[in-house]
Design a protein around this ligand. Structure first.
Ligand SMILES: [Zn+2]
Length: 260
């Protein structure tokens, strides 16, 4: 038997378990509830969930997406977050192997995943994630083989600073506040973990994704709906793209913007 599959599989399973915990954070953090107590329970009938009904991804499939006690449907968000963290963990292992960069970017990816879902639902980026994220990202840069502490520090300053400039420009043209203070702190956190070199792509990539989503929302609004589009999820997605494809991104940017 070929055992070489076991290590990647371990990282995927580990990721899915952390994803299961992140579901609790996504649900309870915006409501200021403890993320440790009480134990997982059905949000509809409050029945405590047995361990065998709490296995990431697998339990959702076996329960056919319904609570065992009250048969209320369980949000698809649970298996999606578990699967996303499983895939991120696997991708991080393939990218960084077992090295000091793995835990650094595992923490970063988990924080971004939580921000994507909380910002989508509540239009807030919790300070309890972004502010410690800035400090942790900078602190870890002293051990990070990919980002020096100078580039991390500059990333915090430029990430926070450039976003003030963009938010100001947007306000000047539209007289509306487009981006909140939460986005500014998030970009400072991204700069801390990825270095200032990531910021052109993160700002550019998130703007493109945000504009596409904005056009989609405008079409939807004409049909009677009113959609608020938070910006944090696009900043987070662009950061994840940069994390995994930075060499290709830098190559593309140098072809596009640097005179040959
Ligand atoms: Zn139930």
């Amino acid at each position: 038997m070929d055992y070489s599959i076991l290590i990647p599989l371990f990282f995927a399973i580990f990721g899915s378990m952390i994803g299961s915990f992140l579901n609790v954070v996504i649900l309870r953090l915006p409501e200021n509830k403890s993320i440790v107590f009480p134990a997982s329970h059905c949000p509809n009938c409050a029945t405590e969930i047995h361990w065998y009904d709490n296995i990431p991804i697998i339990s959702f499939i076996f329960l056919k997406g319904r609570c065992r006690s009250c048969h209320q449907s369980i949000s698809w968000q649970y298996p999606v977050v578990e699967l996303a963290m499983a895939l991120l963990s696997l991708a991080l292992y393939l990218q960084f192997s077992i090295s000091v960069a793995f835990p650094i970017y595992f923490i970063f990816s988990a924080a971004l995943l939580v921000i994507i879902f909380i910002d989508s639902h509540h239009q807030i980026i919790p300070d309890v994630i972004s502010l410690p994220g800035i400090i942790i990202g900078f602190g870890l840069s002293f051990f990070n083989p990919f980002v020096t502490w100078q580039n991390s520090g500059l990333g915090i300053l430029l990430g926070g600073g450039s976003f003030y400039a963009i938010a100001g420009t947007y306000y000047l043209f539209t007289k509306r506040a487009g981006m909140g203070g939460g986005d500014i702190k998030l970009l400072a956190m991204i700069g801390a973990f990825l270095g200032w070199q990531s910021l052109p792509f993160v700002v550019f990539g998130s703007s493109v994704m945000g504009t596409v989503a904005g056009i989609g929302a405008m079409i939807k609004q004409r049909k009677g709906g009113k959609t608020v589009i938070p910006y944090g999820p696009f900043l987070s997605l662009a950061s994840l793209l940069y994390l995994f494809f930075q060499e290709k991104i830098h190559l593309l940017f140098s072809i596009l913007f640097v005179p040959q």
